[in-house]
Design a protein around this ligand. Sequence first.
Ligand SMILES: [Fe+2]
Length: 320
Amino acid sequence: MGEMYVPVNIESIQPEVFPDVALYIRSGDKYILYKSHGRNFTQQDATRLLGNNVEVLFVSPEDLEAITTYMETNAERVLQDDTLQAATKGKIIYQTSINFVGDLFEHPEKVSDFNRSKRLVENLLQYLSSDPACLNSLENVMSHNYYTFVHSLQVAALSVLLHREAYLLSHDEMIDVAIGTLLHDFGKIFVSQEILNKEGKLTPAEMEAYRKHPEDGYLYLKANTKISDISLGIVRYHHERNNGKGYPQGLKGPAIARSAQAAAICDVYCTLTIDRTCRKALSSSIAVGLMKQEMKEAFNEKLLDVLEGIVCADNPAQFL
Ligand SMILES: [Fe+2]
C-alpha cells in the first residue's frame, strides 16, 4: 500500500492531450522509470510496450494532480461519446480501475484468494456494463472526482471479500452488495470540488453540504436507476455508526443493514490506509488496531475481526 501510483491503460493514452508526467512500469512491488518529464509518449512507445505485453503504465504521486485531472477529463470524454457502446465504456472503466485493487493488500502475493477477488470485481464490472444506468452513474462519479471513483472501487472489492468471509450470500446478493458499495459515494457528485478536495478542516456549512451525500445519492439513484433496495441501503446508510453517532439518521446497531455496516468498515479502512499525499497512509495492522480501539463503538465487532483476518498478512487461517 502506501503511496498511490495511478495506473494508466496504454490504449487509453491520447498522446496529443496527455500531460507531461513521468511514466513507470511496475515490476513486482517496484516501479521502474520508463519515461521522464519532458519527453513525449509516442505511438511507437505504445506499440513497443503492447508488443511486450505491458498494458498499463504508472504515474507517481509526484504527478498525482496532473494525472487525476487528465483521468477526470478522459472519463468525461468517454461519458459524452454517444458512439461508444455501453460494453466498451464498461471495458474502459474496468481497465482503468482494476489495477487499484491490488493496493488494498500490503502483500497481495500472500493472499491466495487475491486472483479470485480480482476476477470477482472484473465480473461485477462486466455485469455493470450491461446496465447502462449503473454504468452512467459510475462514469459520473469518475468524471466528477477521480479519487472518489478509485476509493469506491477499493471499498467495493474489500466489501465483497468481507461478505464472502462473514456471510453466506447468493450470487445475486453479492452483486447487490458490490453495486451498492461501488456507488456508495455517488451523492458526492452533488458536492463541490472545493469541498471534496479541501485539505484542511471543513467549516460547519461545508460539513453540512458534505454530509448530504448519502441521502442525495440515495434519492437520485432511487429515482433514476433500478438498483435494488439492498444497494440503495448501502448508499443511504454507509455513514451510520453502530453507536448511533453516524448520519443521516443516527441509526444504531442492528437497525443498520449488515451490508451498510460492512460498507462503513471498508470505507473507513480504505480511507486510513490509502495515501492521498496530504496525509500519510497507515499500515493495515495500525489501521485495524485504530478501528478496534479508538473507534471501537462505531463498528460491528465481529465484522472488524473478519476484516483483520483478510487484510493483516500475519493473521493466518483465513485463506487456507
Ligand atoms: Fe461517503
